[in-house]
Write a protein that binds this ligand. Structure first.
Ligand code: GLN
Length: 447
């Protein structure tokens, strides 16, 4: 595995940290456990996997692809890491991402962009671009990502792999460095839905260390890996096929819909309200939460500290000015602004109301349908550099993914063909709350 990584990573730059020595130590420990008769029922035992660099790993640098955390070594494991280790997974490295998971291209990383393995002139998507590209380039069997507004599904879509973001509260966020806490959720990226599901099953579960974690009875998602969509009711919001959608992506999605029909599912278009308002509402809420979450990076407690200061105020100001990149600064400023006393009602409160409307729209849709189908993104992977000059355009490209996080729903992105340039097209299947099994079954049947 490390031979492949060393050969390919100079071209794709999926990894921030490779953990070769640690991996061998883990492998020996796993062998010992297997010899002792443990792990016989773990599907993940001994399988090499990668972790996005915003998930804390004890003793291993966790940078969020930011200068402000370039030297941060956590003293504890995130709950998901504990669970994976328990299951005998071998963590082989930490993957590149947009700085603090803010972005859709993995270009805002302090360490430079990851490249799309299908075409190195294109972005891999983001923010979990390193994880998706690593899986696509076979530099890992599967990987963890985080999804605040599409960061698992969109890079999975651009890289032609499968990614699942579970229902909010299904996977513990303990040890995930927060971007927007009411939206963040950890999920898995793999070469197919079976791999994603096996890993999701291991990392899911109630955790007392995360107060938003939910206690469900049944996490056996692998039961849903069956090829049967007969009578499954699938709805396609008309607006998901409307303006702004690339023609080849539309064709790919309509083809996929037809495949479901042929397999016996009931597929129809319907009107869903609030689609247009999802992006503005998302960016107001995400930035507001980010401005609060990121205030802890002050140059004092951990991470980067400026060398150039005279008093405490200077330490804060200069460490933050020098430590954060432009996109992160932009979002913290927007966040502080929408939360400020004079504008709170006009922006933040209004965004919360829109969030409620979006939620309602989904609830109503799920009275009629088991699954909502649509594209993951309006286009296939853009060229490197294209989005950096036009952040607004980049934000708008999140149109199909962000509403899922606003409503806390589960969704999967899986490949459904390619465009003429050979770039993968992503198909998104959205489920109702705790409806992971529906989307897993549909994804499995589609594959
Ligand atoms: N592109 C979105 C953003 O920049 C989503 C990022 C994410 O899910 N972490 O906020």
């Amino acid at each position: 595995q490390f031979d492949i990584m060393k050969l390919r990573d100079p071209s794709y730059q999926c990894y921030i940290t490779m953990m070769e020595e640690e991996a061998y130590t883990q492998a020996e420990e796993i062998q010992r456990r297997i010899d002792a008769g443990e792990l016989f029922n773990s599907t993940l035992a001994g399988v090499p996997m990668a972790v996005k660099d915003n998930i804390c790993t004890r003793g291993i640098k966790t940078t969020c692809a930011s200068k402000i955390l370039y030297n941060f070594v956590p003293t504890y494991d995130a709950t998901v890491i504990e669970k994976l280790k328990q299951a005998g997974a071998i963590i082989i490295g930490k993957t590149n991402m947009d700085e603090f998971a803010m972005g859709s291209t993995t270009e805002t990383s302090f360490l430079g962009a990851t490249k799309n393995p299908w075409n190195t002139e294109c972005v891999p998507g983001g923010s979990s671009g390193g994880s998706a590209a690593a899986v696509a380039a076979e530099e890992a069997f599967y990987a963890l990502g985080s999804d605040t507004g599409g960061s698992i599904r969109q890079p999975a879509g651009y890289c032609g792999v499968t990614g699942i973001k579970p229902t909010y509260g299904t996977v513990s966020r303990y040890g995930l460095i927060a971007y927007a806490s009411s939206l963040d959720q950890i999920g898995t990226i793999g070469r197919n839905i079976s791999d994603c599901t096996a890993a999701l099953e291991v990392i899911s579960g109630h955790d007392l260390k995360d107060s938003t974690s939910v206690n469900q009875l049944n996490y056996s998602y692998r039961e849903a890996l069956v090829d049967d969509v007969k009578q499954l009711r699938i709805g396609i919001p008309t607006d998901y096929l409307g303006k702004g959608l690339d023609e080849e992506v539309r064709e790919g999605i309509l083809n996929a819909a037809q495949i479901f029909r042929n397999k016996g599912a009931i597929v129809e278009e319907f009107e869903m309200h609030g689609v247009d308002f999802a992006v503005p509402s998302y960016y107001v809420i995400a930035c507001a939460e980010a401005s609060s979450n990121l205030s802890r990076f002050d140059g004092v407690k951990y991470g980067y500290r400026t060398e150039n200061y005279e008093g405490l105020q200077d330490v804060y100001k200069n460490s933050r000015s020098e430590g954060f990149g432009n996109e992160v600064k932009r979002r913290m400023m927007i966040g502080a602004f929408v939360l400020s006393s004079g504008y709170y009602d006009a922006f933040y409160n209004k965004a919360l109301k829109v969030r409620a409307i979006i939620n309602e729209g989904f609830q109503r849709a799920f009275e009629k349908y088991d699954i909502i189908l649509g594209p993951t993104a309006p286009v296939t992977a853009p060229g490197l550099g294209e989005s950096l000059s036009d952040p607004l355009k980049m934000y708008l490209s999140d149109i199909y993914t962000v509403s899922v996080n606003l409503a806390g729903l589960p969704a999967v992105s899986l490949p459904c063909g390619r465009d003429k340039k050979g770039l993968p097209i992503g198909l998104q299947l959205i489920g109702k709350h705790f409806g992971e099994k529906d989307i897993i079954r549909a994804a499995y049947s589609f594959e």
